[in-house]
Design a protein around this ligand. Structure first.
Ligand code: IMP
Ligand code: MG
Length: 408
């Protein structure tokens, strides 16, 4: 089995890590291809300890798999090193890590700008994770980014940082009234990271092509999710990269023809962190139920996640956009105990029924979900491992999701 892409079908936190675990030992390479330490997934180490990872793919714990941080990722070296140390302390072999020299670095001015810009936006803020993700990608696109490979050449590193800070310090100081960032201190700090990261930096593309030629299994693990995609999500309330399946090719350097499977993960309901439209959002006791029972608090920022019902329009959009071959539904047990479980099967927008994502964001903001009401169930399903073990009502609910047009 060659390249498999694993993506989130909603706004993130769908439980992609669990699916990676299930693919387990059949995976030879696990690759992160976009985003940075804005992501967060809780993993259980081999000795049973719970541990939150942000930059490393959740597949970092798959035994024997080579862990790859692809060119499409933005790397905060301090965070990466603390994850390397944290995993090593827990007995995980991190010598399997490879970082693309083409990945971009998150620098101190990116973190500073992320925070001040959000403050400046006030009620129009995106609700970012404040990790410097947007500014780092912004510099990448503006061709003033600093890459992982620049860590290996102190002369280049200094030249690029001086150039970037010549502008950014003006912005920080004159526009936002913040302290300028010191070039020397930053260089010193980053050269220390460089020494520690050096053994992991590699030409990851060639390595992955060779792996695919041998018939190894490469898992391209998405962070964030479809609706947070820069191009296809709810812009501007998105992250600054392409977490969708197409982004996997770009962010890992793998050709589209190598991909044989696209697995999408969706919760049995919906959550979202940060600002932006969310048609099926709940503000009542049902929303509280989902948040409480589903432990819907961000892994990275601890923020309360916004909660709502399953949205088949979003699911359909994700499945078509990503060419999904397999859809995994997680956290069905969170719905246990609700008298009725509504399923959004379409929207009403300006008095018209709509089954696909509307063209404009304004229409999406005004979308009123059309719900199909399903009877709930009270039986404990946490131990159920097969469909047959589910109560009839739970089975019917899942069947109705499966029956939605254009889902795999
Ligand atoms: P940024 O990626 O920090 O710039 O944040 C942009 C938007 O994406 C915000 O609404 C964040 O809450 C959201 N976001 C970023 N990463 C994740 C994630 O891993 N899970 C859920 N939401 C995320
Ligand atoms: Mg998460």
């Amino acid at each position: 089995m060659p390249a498999i892409v694993l993506i989130g079908a909603q706004w993130g936190d769908e439980g992609k890590g669990k699916v990676t675990d299930q693919l387990g030992e059949r995976v030879d390479y696990v690759v992160r291809y976009s985003g940075g330490n804005n992501a967060g997934h809780t993993v259980i180490t081999p000795d049973g300890q719970k541990y939150a990872l942000h930059l490393m793919p959740s597949g970092a714990l798959s035994p024997n798999a080579v862990i790859v941080i692809g060119n499409g990722v933005v790397v905060d070296p301090k965070v990466l090193l603390s994850e390397i140390d944290g995993l090593a302390e827990r007995g995980v072999d991190v010598s399997r890590l490879r970082i693309s020299g083409d990945a971009h670095l998150i620098m101190p001015h990116h973190r500073a700008l992320d925070r001040v810009v959000e403050r400046y936006l006030g009620s129009s803020r995106i609700g970012t994770t404040g990790r410097g993700i947007g500014p780092a990608y912004g510099d990448k696109v503006a061709r003033m980014g600093i890459r992982v490979q620049d860590l290996l050449d102190p002369g280049i590193l200094r030249k690029k940082l001086e150039l970037a800070l010549r502008e950014k310090n003006q912005v920080l100081f004159k526009v936002y009234n913040r302290k300028a960032i010191d070039v020397d201190a930053t260089i010193e700090e980053y050269l220390e990271y460089a020494e520690r990261l050096r053994p992991y930096i590699a030409e990851t593309r060639v390595m992955l092509w060779d792996a695919l030629d041998r018939g190894d299994t490469v898992l391209l693990e998405g962070a964030q999710a479809t609706m947070l995609d820069m191009d296809h999500g709810t812009y501007p309330f998105v992250t600054s990269s392409n977490p969708t399946a197409g982004g996997a090719c770009v962010g890992a350097g793998i050709p589209p023809t190598a991909i044989t499977k696209v697995i999408a993960v969706s919760k049995a309901y919906t959550t979202r962190v940060g600002s932006g439209p969310f048609p099926t959002e709940l503000f009542d006791d049902n929303g509280q139920h989902l948040r409480k029972v589903g432990h819907e608090y961000g892994t990275t920022t601890g923020r309360e996640r916004r909660c709502g019902w399953f949205d088949a329009v979003v699911a359909r959009y994700s499945c078509r956009l990503n060419g999904v071959t397999d859809l995994v539904i997680t956290k069905l047990d969170v719905l246990t105990g609700l008298p009725t479980v509504p399923l959004c099967v379409g929207y009403e927008i300006n008095g018209k029924r709509v089954d696909d994502m509307p063209m404009t964001q304004t229409d999406f903001h005004h979308a009123t979900p059309i719900y199909e009401e399903h009877d709930g169930w009270w039986e404990d399903i946490t131990k159920a491992r097969t469909e047959a073990e589910l109560p009839d009502n739970a089975r019917r609910y899942i069947a109705r999701i499966e029956e939605q047009p254009r889902l795999p």
